[in-house]
Design a binder for this molecule. Structure first.
Ligand code: AMP
Ligand code: MN
Ligand code: ZN
Length: 847
């Protein structure tokens, strides 16, 4: 990690040196000079980073020890002193973060009053900014290395596979005359695709995930017939020879009666009725782990061994489980390895080889008498369902325990160090786990992920009881949170016409109509191809390349290739098709940055706009006027009050009053009302009708003013054809139309603004009154507790330095969110490397 960072820091100059020719062997002395310039007051990058990490760590610790939302926090908040202090400190932090985000050109404003989604949206903003910053770090690293990082799985240094090296990197390495230690990169194409050997085809179709279960051990409520009847399950929509939407519809018809079962959690009932055994709530005597060297470790890759292991597991009272997952060369990802540790033995199970057989583990996994210990099980629970059809009843998540204990850091590394004194090395976490035979180093890494967990499970339980004066409340809450995690359901990524928008929004680029069309078409192309080829979207075409092509709209196929470095194999193969898409985008009437937004799924008989030119099959224009101007799509025009990230202030209307009221407040209200109204008025039959309608495509759709999808046909480019003429005429019409629409929009905006002003005034008055009466009621509340609370807080907040803000905020936000909503957790899952990346950017900033 550190080495990689040091490389980046001085790489731009090193590159220049290489480019200009003569000197490139003197990189060392050169490097040191540069480092001095780069890190004033620090010996080198390492010292700088160490210092920064320390600061971040103490800030994270402080933020973790703040009272948590949901329990303590609400109590403390009843003291005005506490609240005021929190607010002022919070403001300070937010201002600082906002500045950092602005510096990186990220959206840093969100004046959203909707209390329900408030925190989540803020978190999204922070996550988005982290993404943007990290992507930049990633690109810089790639450039510095001359290697596309994401394409290269990490392999252990000792693993000698054919070395395919990208040019500039190669040159540097060979001139220096030594194969460096960090040289662990390898093209993934050297690993055979495990999918080829799967007995059941991977289902990448654009349909929701249906549980893979067909037999349900330990059932209290039997498995619905849908799962036990093979005949129904066999019919897959993609096997029907009809358009996709129609296939979906037919499939839905056939499975109508099973719909509820199909999407329910198969063990919902058992989990709902699960109670933790009495003896698990009393204090255990931690049972020391066996030293790794004295522990037998077996590799399980045959059915016979698997069955034997299953027998063994059924006799245990607890065992630890972990998974490794590969996501680059597969659309949905592949669970590549399962590690299991009992108190006596370690097992490494080849889940690629035994993918179709692993369901037998449900016997032990859903046995409520056996505790399954995981660390951070959120993803594991989903992967188990997705690939292996496995469910867990009686889960204990040591990550949740660590949170409840306020250990400050909740990673497995930290627990290993804290309880076992073991220094672990997370270097292989992102290795390519498809590799077979598995190199020894990777096996060693994998088994440490579970080997110590049973012991840690003992320790945290004891500590949870101790820290709660022997009462089981805190421990019980960890069991409850763990159960919530095992209730998670895997959700397959579904492509909709609007999916592109979310991604585009995060890019913080304003695109004109042509560019946006290109982005939309590329997005659809990428999704389709990735599903078809069973590759990740990142492998098919990384987002930054999609953006580059959309911005440049190359006139020649060669131009598309030029936008991609290195060129992804599928892009090279499909360059002509891609070129047609770009051409099609160029056909769009050119308008400046269109404020685009996904429509809330408008359903059948709709309040149509005045245009009646198009047939009933066309839904592309539906509810466009009312929506497109209400979404805060392009943030460029939005005035940003310096340093305000998430304004909670009551004088919201004072800042950039007009724009904000129309863009933010209004959009929420309208959207909400619209969805509600539509949901209520649409019957099942209407839904079906709509799906059928959507499976037809209006051939003239591409000439409509905006939105809608169409693949270009050759005739369109032929000036002699009728369609060309029509096209020209319609383009003119559509421009006129848009002008009209614009005027209507502006009028609507003006009205909305006035209404919003009026409303804000009322709300303000109301709040003031409430506040006053609340203050009054507080007069008599105990003052001693109040003071204690305040002093407690000032202790925990003050060490937060102004440097590691992004990290701190995402941690504290995520923590408070977590206590309310575990589903958000995924969003705040920050790559360890990523954390360093953020830190690096933030620190650079501070200097
Ligand atoms: P772990 O539970 O730490 O062994 O991680 C299990 C799997 O999660 C790994 O095999 C990776 O596929 C994935 N993973 C873990 N950490 C990260 C990360 N920081 N970024 C992306 N994927 C991760
Ligand atoms: Mn894990
Ligand atoms: Zn692991």
């Amino acid at each position: 990690m550190y080495t990689a960072r040091a490389n980046t820091m001085d790489s731009p100059k090193a590159d220049e040196a290489t480019d200009s020719g003569p000197k490139d062997s003197n990189s060392n002395p050169d490097g040191e000079e540069e480092k001095e310039e780069l890190f004033p007051g620090f010996r080198d990058a390492d010292a700088f980073v160490k210092y920064g990490l320390g600061a971040v760590l103490s800030a994270t610790k402080a933020s973790a020890s703040l009272p948590q939302a949901g329990d303590d926090y609400d109590f403390y908040c009843s003291f005005p002193g506490f609240r005021e202090f929190c607010e002022s400190q919070g403001d300070k932090l937010l201002r600082c973060m906002s500045q950092i985000m602005q510096h990186h050109g990220c959206r840093s404003d969100l004046k959203d009053r909707n209390k329900l989604t408030d925190l989540e949206e803020r978190l999204d903003l922070v996550v988005d900014s982290n993404d943007v910053i990290l992507e930049r770090v990633g690109i810089l690293l790639d450039e510095a290395d001359g290697v596309n990082r994401t394409q290269q799985p990490v392999l252990p240094a000792g693993f000698q596979a054919p070395k395919i090296v990208v040019s500039s990197w190669n040159r540097k390495g060979s001139r220096a005359g030594s194969r460096s230690e960090t040289f662990r990169l390898l093209h993934a194409k050297n690993v055979t695709r495990p999918q080829l050997k799967f007995k059941e085809k991977v289902d990448n179709s654009n349909t929701p995930f249906i549980p893979k279960i067909f037999i349900k051990p330990n059932a209290i409520k039997p498995l619905p017939s849908y799962f036990t009847d093979k005949q129904i399950r066999k019919e897959r929509p993609e096997d029907l020879d009809v358009p996709a939407a129609l296939a979906d519809f037919i499939h839905q018809q056939r499975t109508q009666e099973h719909v509820e079962d199909m999407f329910a959690h198969p063990y919902q009932y058992e989990l709902d009725h699960f109670t933790v055994a009495e003896h698990l709530l009393s204090k255990p005597e931690p049972q020391m782990y066996k030293p790794i060297a004295e522990t037998k470790c077996s590799f399980v890759e045959t059915l016979e061994d698997l069955v034997a292991l299953n027998e063994k597991l059924c006799k245990e009272s607890e065992f630890a489980v972990d998974l490794e997952h590969h996501s680059y060369r597969s659309f949905l990802g592949l669970t590549s390895l399962m590690q299991i540790s009992t108190r006596e033995e370690d097992f490494i199970i080849d889940t690629l080889e035994l993918r179709s057989e692993l369901y037998i583990f449900n016997e032990a996994f859903t046995d409520p008498a056996i505790v399954k210990i995981f660390h951070g099980a959120d993803s594991d629970i989903e992967w188990l369902q997705k690939d292996l059809g496995l469910y867990v009843v009686n889960l204990f998540d040591t990550h949740q325990a660590s949170r409840a204990l306020n250990l400050g850091r909740h990673s497995l590394d930290h627990l290993l160090k804290h309880y076992c004194g073991v220094e672990s090395d997370k270097r292989y976490q992102l290795a390519d786990w498809r590799i077979r035979p598995l190199p020894d180093e990777m096996v060693q890494y994998a088994r440490t992920d579970t080997h110590y967990l049973p012991y840690i499970y003992d320790c945290v339980r004891a500590q949870l009881l101790d820290s709660n004066y022997g009462k089981p409340g805190l421990l019980q809450s960890v069991w409850n949170k763990s159960r919530d995690i095992s209730l998670k359901k895997y959700v397959k990524p579904i492509f909709t016409e609007d999916s592109y928008f979310e991604l585009q929004r995060r890019q913080k680029r304003s695109l004109n109509t042509q560019q946006l069309t290109a982005f939309r078409l590329l997005f659809a192309w990428r999704d389709k191809l990735a599903r078809q080829e069973d590759e990740s979207t990142g492998f098919t075409m990384p987002t930054h390349m999609m953006i580059k092509i959309s911005e440049e709209l190359p006139r020649e196929p060669q131009g598309i290739i030029a936008c991609c470095n290195p060129v992804p194999p599928l892009v090279r193969q499909c360059v002509n098709e891609l070129h047609l898409l770009v051409q099609q985008a160029r056909e769009m009437p050119l308008l400046k940055a269109e404020v685009m937004a996904p429509k809330t799924k408008g359903l059948a008989p709709l309040k149509k706009t005045e245009v009646t030119l198009f047939g009933p099959h066309d839904t592309s224009r539906v509810s466009e006027v009312s929506e497109s101007d209400l979404h805060p799509g392009s943030t460029d025009e939005m005035p940003v009050k310096q340093g305000m990230l998430f304004s909670e202030d009551e004088d919201r209307m004072d800042i950039g009053e007009q724009n904000i009221s129309s863009l933010v407040a209004k959009a929420k209200i309208t959207q909400f009302e619209e969805t509600k109204e539509e949901q209520e008025s649409v019957s099942v039959a209407q839904m079906k009708a709509r799906r059928i309608v959507e499976s037809f495509e209006n051939p003239f759709r591409m000439y409509l003013p905006s939105r809608g999808f169409h693949i270009s046909k050759a005739a369109k480019f032929d000036p002699s054809s009728k369609i060309f003429e029509i096209s020209k005429r319609w383009k003119l019409q559509s421009m006129e139309q848009q002008q009209k629409e614009l005027e209507t929009k502006q009028e609507a905006k003006r009205k909305a603004r006035e209404e919003a002003k009026e409303h804000a005034k009322k709300v303000k008055e109301k709040r003031k009154a409430t506040k006053e009466s609340y203050q009054e009621s507080l007069q008599n509340v105990a003052t001693v507790r109040q003071q204690a609370a305040v002093s407690h807080l000032s202790l925990s907040v003050s060490p937060i330095s102004s440097v590691p803000l992004l990290c701190t905020l995402s941690t504290s936000l995520s923590m408070s969110l977590l206590s309310r909503n575990t589903s958000v957790k995924n969003k705040c899952y920050i790559h360890p490397g990523a954390r360093h990346g953020i830190l690096e950017m933030v620190l650079q900033q501070a200097v």
